[in-house]
Design a protein around this ligand. Sequence first.
Ligand code: ADP
Ligand code: MG
Length: 584
Amino acid sequence: MAGTAAGESVGYRDLFALLLERRTTVAWALALTVVGTVLGLLQPLLTMRLIDRVGTGEPLAGPALLLAGLFAAQACIEGLGQFLLDVAGEGVVLRLRKTLANRLLLARIGDLDCHRTGDLLSRVGTDTTVLRDMVAGSFVQLVTVALTAVGTGGLMLWLDPVMFGIVIATIAAAAVVVAGVMTGIRGTTEQYLTDVGTMTADLERALGNIRTVRACRAEHREARRIGEAAEAACTSGLRSARLGSLVGPVMEVAVNGSFLLVLLIGAVRVSNGDMTISALVAFLLYATYLVMPLAGLFSAVALIQRGLGSLKRIQEALRLPVESTSDPAEAPTRGPGPLLELVDVSFSYGDRQVLSGVSLQIPEYGYLAMVGRSGAGKTTVTSLIERFYDPDGGAVLFRGTDLRKLEHRGYRRHVALVEQHTPLLYGSLRHNLTYAAPDASEDAIREVLDTVGLDALLRRLPDGLDSEVGERGVRLSGGERQRVAIARALLAEPDLLVLDEPTSHLDTVSEAEIAEALLRASERCSLLVIAHRLSTVRSARRIVVMDGGRVSSIGTHEELLARDRTYQQLVESHLLQSEKSAHA
Ligand code: ADP
Ligand code: MG
């Protein structure tokens, strides 16, 4: 299965491959099932022997004890077989969940952008569970049914060919009806899971932005939307249930109908002397044996149909390409040229062109600022530098090597990014600081906290670096969170530190502290700082002005003020204002 198309179909072969993953366990379960079924088939024959002895004076205890033994053995063996299948099912699910989680965490950012997070989550949670039930539930039933059908059919044929024909005809009629229903169930199940995915995705988005939701007083609207998604799921669930509810009555009619037919015709044949009473009893037992597992067969087929729907969604996620595949080069070491360079870069999100002809250079130990209106493409430039996306045209070069030739993770060791909106992770302050550099020493951590002006915070925390921060611990202010993010980036000792509007959450005092921290950091590595505040921008040696996805000009503050219209406008509006307020 090498394809990447999302709609590629999934067949029984793929389900079978899942069973083969646990072939030893499944083989044992299969063997036990076969033994259990054969023991079951022997029971009517023994019953026949028992009845034949009635009134002849021969002891009944022997066959009766044997029959009891058979019952017990069959129950134990079938129980053990089912347990083994459950083990196999959990094993398959474990493997799928691990692979899925891994694949999703390694997938290309562009592909993840196209999927709702909640929908991806439900593939790891719900769909894998459906597959587990399929592996654990359907397989044993299919084998039991097949064996029972062949065994029972053969024995019935041997006992009485005419009556065998009657039973088969009844069952065949029922089977045709049920098979039609089953095909319908598969479609509704797929729809059901898609609807559940939508609901999960909506709820996830609402809870993830709960503050905005509350502030906009939109909680009832969101609840309604999620309610609607739940209702859609309910509708498709009911459609599947309606179809499923046909199965029971049809089977009931088939079971009781064939029982009655066999009884009536059998009674006539017994009175005509064509059949013994004991053979009739055995026959009645076999007839139910043949029909009963048929219900199992249909529920097994329904499970498989659901499994196919889920497997399709799982494989779709598994086919998402991962970032680095080829055998890439190591990131080059320092040379005479610039550290990072964008050469005539163009980029679009889907059809929407966002960058065109962007060229800029960041020298080793250079400090570059980037300004521009919101929507100018600044964050997109940082995404290309982090290689979340590859450019459509032109190239991003790291020390002269095209990023496309470098391995993602190896390259990212050289570049640290502080995102525009930086959520804190979870756990202790130490954990959050050392996320990119797990081996950082205590001294290095404290030094970095000094650099970003968080030494006071550290003294305030009850357990120092080991204090819990975030949702379940000490709440940090926006400014503190931002500085934790900067500290985390610096601790990784990158060659290039990219900051996307790092001071936008800060008051002017902390903003000045950050500006100073950045100046100090610029002695350790190159900096690209996207900023709106003039004080941050002015410490940069050069400033890039972005406008509508293009570089409008590059220069020092004075140069740009003299000749760049966009820069003048930016300074006239908010950039300058913030400096005024800083002096107020
Ligand atoms: P800036 O950071 O300068 O405000 P961005 O780089 O974030 O600008 O965005 C540039 C343009 O690209 C905007 O018009 C924005 O709507 C669009 N854009 C940004 N991210 C995405 C995305 N993931 N998918 C589609 N369009 C996007
Ligand atoms: Mg931005």
